[in-house]
Design a protein. Structure first.
Length: 223
């Protein structure tokens, strides 16, 4: 997709804060090269990399995570269409580099606002400024909840909650993927899942998990 292929009403439906832009401001947003197509698994940004613009996600999903020196990762949050990345905005506002990395969980289409356009909108377009600060408030709340869970909840509780958050009872997911979500290691997650299976709560297969007893998982999550 190129910039000319963007449908402004679709853009405004996802990001209402842009609906009041002047034709000149909109043209600055949709300049050639602003829209990027990113394949699944690609790194959207990495730690210590300078931020080149403010991403507005039009399609797909980005996972933002923090890596440790020992190779373990902790998933911080996900970005869906209509949202954006507070780490990107904090880097732009603070003139600093990324301190986490973003990975395309699905094929992405994103519109990258150039740094001068982002700065102009923050200064002169109140709806966009409100959108960015509201995003900060939402994400900080989510991150505080994550800190609380990591610091105070047992890993079996967090694993049960993660499984219960899935709408489908049949999950195509590996033990390593669950460990990455929880900021743990595969061996510990596998041990917990085997314990769940022994209790009749789940059924385990290669690359899949079936939820058998949601009420039992709920009791562990709430313990």
């Amino acid at each position: 997709m190129n910039a000319a292929a963007i449908d402004p009403p679709r853009l405004f439906a996802l990001y209402p804060a842009l609906a009041g832009l002047t034709p000149a401001q909109l043209a600055a947003l949709l300049q050639p090269g602003a829209v990027m197509e990113v394949p699944t698994g690609a790194q959207v940004f990495s730690e210590h990399q300078p931020c080149s613009g403010f991403p507005l996600l039009l399609a797909g999903r980005i996972k933002v995570c923090k890596s440790a020196a020992n190779g373990r990762e902790l998933m911080l949050y996900r970005v869906e269409p209509g949202g954006s990345c507070i780490i990107s905005s904090s880097c732009l506002l603070g003139h600093s580099n990324y301190n986490a990395r973003g990975i395309a969980e699905t094929p992405l289409t994103l519109l990258l606002l150039p740094i001068p356009v982002f700065a102009e909108l923050m200064l002169g377009h109140a709806p966009f400024r409100d959108f960015v600060f509201h995003l900060f408030a939402e994400r900080i709340g989510e991150l505080m909840q994550l800190v609380e869970e990591v610091a105070f909840a047992r890993l079996d509780q967090r694993l049960a909650r993660l499984l219960l958050a899935c709408q489908d009872d049949r999950l195509a997911i590996t033990h390593q993927q669950l460990a990455d979500e929880l900021g743990s290691v595969r061996e510990i997650v596998s041990r917990l899942l085997n314990g769940f299976a022994t209790q009749g709560l789940v059924d385990l297969g290669r690359g899949r998990i079936a939820l058998i007893d949601r009420s039992g998982l709920q009791r562990i999550a709430a313990a």
